[in-house]
Design a protein. Structure first.
Length: 632
C-alpha cells in the first residue's frame, strides 16, 4: 500500500523535480561534446553516436540503476553510503569492511567532484543560449552564469521551501519541451529514428574503433545523473522514480537526442549547438529561460546531494560532524550544511572562472561521473557476493553495468590532462580528508581503549578503597558513546575531586549502519545501578542519518520511565562532556602530516556542545589528551 501511495502522480512529479534535473539537462551539452570528438560529421557518424547514447541510457540507467540498484536499499535509503552500511551489517570480515570502506570513500569523493562540475556545466550551457539568441550577447554568458550560481548558493540555506513546489511542474515543462522539440525535428527528417537500432552503434565502433572508444568519455555525459536516481531513493521510493524514468524522462530524452541527430544530419553546422538547432528562432528566449530554471533546479539538487554525503559520512565515522540545519519543519530529510555549501560555492565559481565554457568543462565532467558509478556498481556486486544470493538475471545485469562503467572510465582517462584533472583533484582532496578522519578515529579509539574502565568497576573501586565521594544535591548527565566505558569526565570528578552528584545519568548512544528512524531515537533503555544509589544508565540507538539531541532523549526517557526518573529535570541538569584531544605520535603507522591534518580537522569540527544540542550555560566539557596509537 505504501508503494502504491508513493508511486502516485504527486510522487512522480516530485521525482521529476528533484531526481532527474541532472540527467534531464544533459541534452544541452552532451551531443555537442560527443560530436565534437567523433570526427567528420557524416550521417553514419551521427547515427552511430546517437545509437551509442541511447543504448548507454538503456544499459546504465534503465537496466543497471532502475532495474538492479534501486531494488537494493538500506531501510529505504539508497546511494553509495547506504550500500556501505549494508556491507557493514552483512557480517563480513574486518579486512573486507575496511576495503569496501575505502572504495566507498573514493566514490563519495568523486561524487563531490561531480557536485562541483554539474552546477557549473549545467548553468553555463543554459547561459550560452544568450549567444545563440544574439552573438552580441556572448560577453554576458559568463557574468550571467556566475550571478545565477551565486544566487543558488546564497539562497540554499532557505531550502527549496515554497519554490520547491514548482520544481516538479517546471521539470514537467522542461521534459515536454525536450520531447516536442525532438519530435518537431524528426518530422522534418524521420530517418534519424533508425538510430534506435543498436547496429548503428556497432557499425560506428567497427568503422573507427579508436575514435569511437575515445568518444565514450563524452558519451558518459548523457548518463550523468544516474547516481541521483539511487541517492534519492529514500525521498520518493523505487516505484515513483522508476515510473518517472520509464514513462516521462526516458521517452523525452530519446526524442531529444533523435531530434538533435536529425537536425545535424540536415545541417552539419548544427553540430556546434544541436540543442538549440531544434528550437525555432521565436522560441529561443523562452527555451533559454526554461533551460536556466531547469539547470538551477538540477544544481540545487546536486548541491543538496553533497550535503547528504557529508552528513551521512559523519554518521558513519568517515568525517567530522558538521553543523546541520533543517530548513523544512515537515521534511526531516532536507538538510543544509553551511560549511559544505560555502566550500562548494568557492569550488564551483572557481571552476567556472577557470574553464569559462561548457565545452571545456565537458572534458572535466565525464571522469567524476564514470568513477562514481563504477564504485557504486562494485559495492553492489561485493554485497551480492557476500550475501550469496542467487539472482542470476540481476547479477548478470550488474556485471554488464560494471563492464560498461569500466570502459567508460578507461575512455575518460585521456580527458584528465584536458580538464578531467579538476574533479580528480577535488575528489583526491576529499578522499584524503575522509581517509584521514576514518584512520585517525580508529587510532584515537585504540588509544582510549588502553585506559578504559567500566562505570560499574569505577564506582566499585571507589567503594572498595573506602573513599566516599561527596554527594552534591543536583542532577548531572554524563555523555559517553559506549555504555561499557566510564566517561573520563566521571573519572575526573570522582577520582580527583571526589565529588558525585546525588542523581547521575550516564547517557550513551550507539550508531548503527542503518539510516535509522524516529522510533530509535524515541526509545530509551534504562539500566539502574543497583549497587550505587542515584546512578542510572540510559542508552539510545541512532542511525547514521540521525543526530543526537540529548534533551530530547531525556524527555523521552522521563516519559517512558517516570518512576525511575522522578525528579529529573532536563532544564535544570548539568551536562558533562568528555572530549578526546588527539596528539601527534611518532611510530603509530600514520604519516605525521596526516596526523596533523586529523588534529586540525578535530579542532575545526563542530564542538560537542553544539553537536549534542546542549545548553552551553549548563554544560562542562572536560578534555583529555591522547596520542594516536597504533590501530589494534
Amino acid at each position: 500500500m505504501t508503494d502504491r501511495r508513493r508511486a502516485g502522480p504527486a510522487a512522480v512529479v516530485g521525482a521529476l523535480g528533484v531526481v532527474f534535473g541532472d540527467i534531464g539537462t544533459s541534452p544541452l551539452y552532451a551531443m555537442r561534446t560527443i560530436l565534437g570528438e567523433s570526427g567528420p560529421v557524416t550521417p553514419d557518424t551521427v547515427y552511430g553516436v546517437t545509437s551509442t547514447v541511447i543504448w548507454s541510457l538503456v544499459v546504465v540507467v534503465t537496466v543497471l540503476y532502475v532495474g538492479v540498484l534501486l531494488r537494493e536499499d538500506n531501510q529505504g535509503e539508497g546511494g553509495l553510503l547506504a550500500l556501505l552500511g549494508l556491507l557493514r551489517r552483512a557480517g563480513t570480515g574486518a579486512r573486507l569492511v575496511a576495503a569496501t570502506t575505502v572504495v566507498a570513500m573514493v566514490g563519495a569523493a568523486m561524487f563531490i567532484g561531480d557536485s562541483v562540475i554539474t552546477p557549473a556545466i549545467s548553468v553555463i550551457s543554459a547561459a550560452e543560449g544568450l549567444e545563440t539568441a544574439s552573438p552580441s550577447l556572448a560577453a554576458w554568458v559568463l557574468p550571467v552564469a556566475l550571478t545565477i550560481l551565486g544566487g543558488v548558493f546564497v539562497l540554499q540555506h532557505h531550502g527549496s521551501g515554497k519554490i520547491g513546489a514548482v520544481y516538479g511542474p517546471v521539470m514537467v515543462a522542461w521534459f515536454a519541451v525536450l520531447a516536442l522539440g525532438g519530435l518537431a525535428s524528426l518530422v522534418q527528417d524521420p530517418a534519424a529514428v533508425q538510430a534506435l537500432s543498436p547496429h548503428h552503434a556497432v557499425l560506428y565502433f567497427v568503422h573507427d574503433p579508436l575514435t569511437a572508444f575515445l568518444s565514450l568519455g563524452a558519451v558518459v555525459l548523457a548518463v550523468t545523473g544516474g547516481e541521483a536516481l539511487y541517492a534519492d531513493l529514500g525521498h520518493f521510493g523505487r516505484p515513483a522514480i522508476a515510473r518517472a524514468w520509464l514513462f516521462a524522462v526516458l521517452p523525452a530524452l530519446l526524442l531529444a537526442y533523435l531530434g538533435e541527430a536529425s537536425a545535424v544530419v540536415r545541417d552539419p553546422k548544427a553540430a556546434g549547438d544541436p540543442f538549440y538547432a531544434v528550437v525555432p528562432s521565436w522560441g529561443t528566449i523562452p527555451v533559454l529561460v526554461l533551460a536556466t530554471l531547469a539547470t538551477v533546479i538540477a544544481s540545487q539538487a546536486v548541491i543538496a546531494g553533497g550535503f547528504t554525503v557529508f552528513h551521512q559520512a559523519g554518521g558513519l565515522g568517515l568525517f567530522p560532524f558538521l553543523r546541520t540545519r533543517h530548513p523544512s519543519a515537515t521534511e526531516s530529510g532536507r538538510i543544509y550544511v553551511p560549511a559544505v555549501n560555502w566550500a562548494l560555492a568557492v569550488a564551483v565559481l572557481g571552476v567556472v572562472l577557470l574553464f569559462r565554457s561548457s565545452e571545456r568543462l565537458a572534458a572535466a565532467y565525464g571522469v567524476a561521473v564514470a568513477f562514481t558509478m563504477l564504485t557504486t556498481t562494485t559495492l553492489f556486486l561485493v554485497l551480492d557476493h557476500v550475501r550469496g544470493e542467487r539472482h542470476p538475471v540481476r547479477r548478470a545485469a550488474a556485471w554488464l553495468g560494471l563492464v560498461v562503467m569500466v570502459v567508460f572510465c578507461a575512455a575518460a582517462l585521456p580527458k584528465i590532462p584536458q580538464g578531467g584533472w579538476a574533479p580528480v583533484l577535488i575528489g583526491a582532496v576529499v578522499f584524503v580528508l575522509l581517509w584521514t578522519w576514518w584512520s585517525g578515529q580508529r587510532r584515537l579509539a585504540a588509544a582510549r581503549a588502553a585506559d578504559e574502565v567500566s562505570p560499574r568497576d569505577l564506582l566499585a573501586e571507589l567503594h572498595r578503597s573506602g573513599i566516599e565521594p561527596h554527594r552534591t544535591p543536583h542532577t548531572a548527565v554524563f555523555l559517553t558513546e559506549d555504555d561499557a566505558v566510564a566517561p573520563f569526565a566521571l573519572r575526573t570528578i570522582t577520582e580527583q575531586a571526589q565529588v558525585l552528584p546525588e542523581r547521575v545519568l550516564l547517557l550513551s548512544w550507539q550508531v548503527e549502519d542503518t539510516p535509522g528512524s524516529e522510533a530509535h531515537v524515541n526509545h530509551v533503555e534504562l539500566d539502574p545501578f543497583e549497587d550505587c544509589e542515584g546512578v542510572t544508565g540510559l542508552s539510545v540507538t541512532l542511525g547514521y542519518r540521525e543526530r543526537l539531541s540529548v534533551q530530547h532523549v531525556l524527555e523521552c526517557a522521563i516519559e517512558q520511565h517516570p518512576e525511575a526518573l522522578r525528579g529529573v529535570d532536563p532544564g535544570e541538569a548539568t551536562y558533562l562532556v568528555s572530549d578526546s584531544i588527539p596528539l601527534v605520535a611518532k611510530g603509530c603507522g600514520m604519516a605525521v602530516w596526516r596526523q596533523r591534518l586529523f588534529v586540525l580537522m578535530a579542532r575545526l569540527s563542530t564542538d560537542r556542545v553544539d553537536q549534542l544540542e546542549l545548553p552551553r550555560a549548563r554544560t562542562i566539557v572536560i578534555g583529555r589528551e591522547f596520542q594516536l596509537a597504533v590501530r589494534s
